[in-house]
Design a protein around this ligand. Structure first.
Ligand code: GTP
Ligand code: SPV
Ligand code: MN
Length: 651
């Protein structure tokens, strides 16, 4: 298989690492003297800060690649890597579009692997709450720092032999913003390099920033293809049996082995921006959340920003790119997955930035009808993964039926001829597009503003087929924090879960908490006590309630603006538009704008609060808190549960 160096005949190796590495003090008990011939095929080791240089050198020593490539993020570099990946079979061209590529993974490497993802700290209690005796933690996995080192030693020595090690300098958030943070990911996957170039600010400008700022998150990633191991799918090497993703928040380090997919390998995203990010945020007094950020301008020209936390594959990208079905409203997108929020010293409001630079969005379900703005975003400069392809050089997934030109045939994500009668899906349910954010036609003018955008409302939500109304509003901040804590949602394809059971997913952060959930709740509650704080209002939404026939009661997508319209009126202080129920405020009769809706909406069912459902819900939340959070549950949250329990009796 060709390696990168074969494609870089115009890059003369700029220096040789072997002499450098020999001088490095060997801390690991495993010593390698096989370092000759490790050449820098791209970039200059001498230009790196001592800390970064040490990071590179020690990992060269550990992983023993044949070449080192320090990424500059340039077009030329990307073109070369793309050519390399095409020659290796990792990428296939999609000639129907401009600069679009298709990657088909090993079918065992298709989603985040939550069961193999660990926070590694000195004490277990830093990472997870004290669960009830015998109960496993469902809010993250803990590993000791010693076991982390052991897991590294079992996997990494020599794991890049014969391959190129890429060094990716990246910034989460606009380079130079006071809310941004820098990182460096080391990987042996050119697919990761190409994806990180889309998802983060990556390359020379970050290297320059790193020269003066030695504070960066260290991320090490390897596909897991030690020499001698045969791969069933050489175009997508991975090691599913030994996959592991570890985070050490004390050292700001991430180590990931064995998977090339999404959140397992693009380490700026969930690993840095959420898990390590939430730990940094706790220490520094801000919030790192699994939230979209959008701006809405109402017909009167008033613009406000909101954030929304929905679990994976529950509608963040769709809401972030919403095309309003109500005339006069305009939605603009700041981000679709992650928000970093800090109290602004002048406004007292939470200000949010999107630390990412692209969208790693769920493909199935995306269509001109459901998300026209995504469809205008993804057909250039995009890497698609595990979608189906068409005989005219394009892509296909479930939901795109109407966009399919007549007469074309379809090849599914396994690379096999496909038609609907086969009963399988053409695209994997967690197939994704990876596209630059600036291609989205409705990016907000302030999406890269270095001080972020001021937030007026927080939405929590999930997939709740029964019992949970379309929208309700928290009574106050503590109640809102309780709503986040008690979120539940149907399992999705974004991780390894099978079936559709309803899972607890507090704050949509269940797989992404970097530290003890009880302490996280305490941190959220503490914002109430900040001086001069202007807290956003908190709401819970559910686009996914179904009728007895299993049909969605709410049209969703562009019609979700009707819910946002109500939310905004509540933010403006319109007290007429809401009525109080035991679970929160809901729209008063007639307050939800349904003008122009084609279908009849059964508002009665959509807002019905069945007593037996809510009684069970309260019990289930109580059981969960007791089992999973125990004595770490802050008193105000426990009090909220008690208050809800009492109110629900009156239903
Ligand atoms: P992650 O990227 O995994 O964090 O997911 P996400 O929260 O961004 O979810 P996304 O917007 O990609 O939506 C996931 C799936 O939900 C897609 O198949 C959408 O078509 C579907 N979906 C999104 N919004 C709605 C809605 O309002 N109603 C219905 N019925 N489906 C929706
Ligand atoms: C999610 O699962 O919430 C995602 C996809 O956004 S991944 O990047 O794989 O985490
Ligand atoms: Mn996500």
């Amino acid at each position: 298989m060709p390696e990168f160096s074969e494609f870089c005949d115009d890059y003369a190796p700029s220096s040789d690492l072997s002499s450098v590495v020999k001088r490095v003090k060997v801390q690991s008990p495993i010593f390698y003297n096989n370092l000759r011939g490790v050449s820098i095929v791209h970039g200059h080791i001498d230009s790196l800060s001592p800390k970064l240089r040490e990071f590179v050198e020690s990992n060269v020593e550990l992983c023993r690649p044949s070449h080192v490539h320090i990424c500059d993020g340039s077009e030329a570099e990307n073109t070369k890597l793309t050519r390399l990946m095409v020659s290796q079979g990792t990428l296939r061209p999609l000639p129907k579009y401009k600069n679009c590529w298709l990657a088909l993974t090993n079918p065992k490497d298709v989603a985040r692997v939550e069961s193999r993802t660990f926070m590694c700290t000195r004490n277990r209690s830093e990472t997870v709450s004290k669960t009830r005796a015998g109960a496993a933690s469902k809010l993250g996995n803990w590993m000791s720092l010693e076991d982390m080192q052991l897991a590294i030693k079992e996997r990494f020595p020599g794991c890049m032999e014969g391959h190129t090690m890429y060094v990716i300098p990246f910034s989460m958030g606009p380079v130079g913003s006071p809310l941004s943070k820098l990182g460096v990911e080391i990987t042996d996957s050119p697919y990761v390099v190409a994806s990180m170039r889309i998802m983060t600010r990556m390359g020379s400008q970050v290297l320059k920033a790193l020269a003066t700022n030695c504070d960066f998150v260290k991320a090490l990633h390897a596909l897991g293809r030690p020499l001698g191991k045969t791969h069933e799918n050489p175009s997508w090497p991975c090691d599913p049996e030994r996959t592991i993703i570890m985070h050490n928040p004390e050292a700001n380090e991430i180590v990931s082995y064995g998977s090339g997919y999404g959140g397992n390998s693009l380490l700026g995203k969930k690993c840095f921006a959420l898990r390590i990010g939430s730990c940094i945020a706790k220490k520094e007094g801000w919030l790192a959340e699994h939230m979209l950020i959008l701006g809405i301008t109402n017909p009167q020209g008033v613009k406000r920003y909101i954030v929304a936390a929905f679990p994976s594959a529950c509608g963040k990208t769709n809401l972030a790119m919403l095309q309003s079905s109500l005339p006069g409203y305009k939605v603009e997108c700041v981000g679709d997955d992650i928000a970093w929020m800090k109290v602004h010293p002048r406004t007292g409001k939470l200000h949010a930035i999107n630390p990412e630079n692209g969208f790693f969005g769920v493909a199935p379900g995306t269509s001109t009808e459901t998300n026209p703005n995504a469809m205008k975003t993804v057909f250039s400069n995009t890497v698609f993964t595990n979608v189906a392809s068409t005989s005219d050089g394009g892509v296909f997934w479930e939901g795109m039926e109407k966009e399919l030109p007549p007469g074309v045939s379809i090849t599914d994500w396994h690379g096999k001829a496909w038609n609907k009668s086969m009963g399988t899906t053409a695209a994997h349910p967690n197939s994704r597009f990876c596209s630059p954010a600036n291609q989205c036609p409705i990016m907000d003018p302030a999406w890269e503003a270095s001080e972020g955008v001021p937030i007026d409302a927080i939405l929590f939500g999930g997939r709740r087929p029964a019992g949970v109304p379309l929208v309700y509003e928290a009574f106050d901040w503590d109640h809102g924090v309780f709503l986040g804590a008690s979120m539940r949602s149907e399992a999705t394809a974004a991780a390894e879960f099978k079936g559709k059971m309803i899972m607890h997913d507090p704050f949509a952060m269940r797989p992404f908490f970097g530290y003890n959930f009880g302490h996280y709740l305490q941190h959220w509650l503490s914002f109430k006590d900040r001086p001069n704080i202007q807290l956003p209002k908190i709401f819970h939404v559910n686009w996914f309630r179904k009728n007895d026939q299993g049909k969605f009661l709410w049209p969703g997508f562009g019609d979700n603006i009707r819910v946002l319209d109500w939310v905004l009126r509540r933010v403006e202080g319109d007290s007429e538009s809401a009525v109080k129920t035991p679970i929160g405020y809901v729209p008063a009769p007639g307050a939800l704008n349904l003008e122009g809706l084609q279908e009849n909406i059964d508002l009665q069912q959509l807002f019905h609060l069945p007593k037996d459902f809510w009684t069970q819900e309260v019990e289930e939340i109580g059981r969960y808190f007791e089992e999973q959070v125990g004595e770490d549950l802050p008193k105000p949250v426990a009090a909220q549960l008690e208050a809800l329990k009492a109110r629900v009796t009156s239903l």
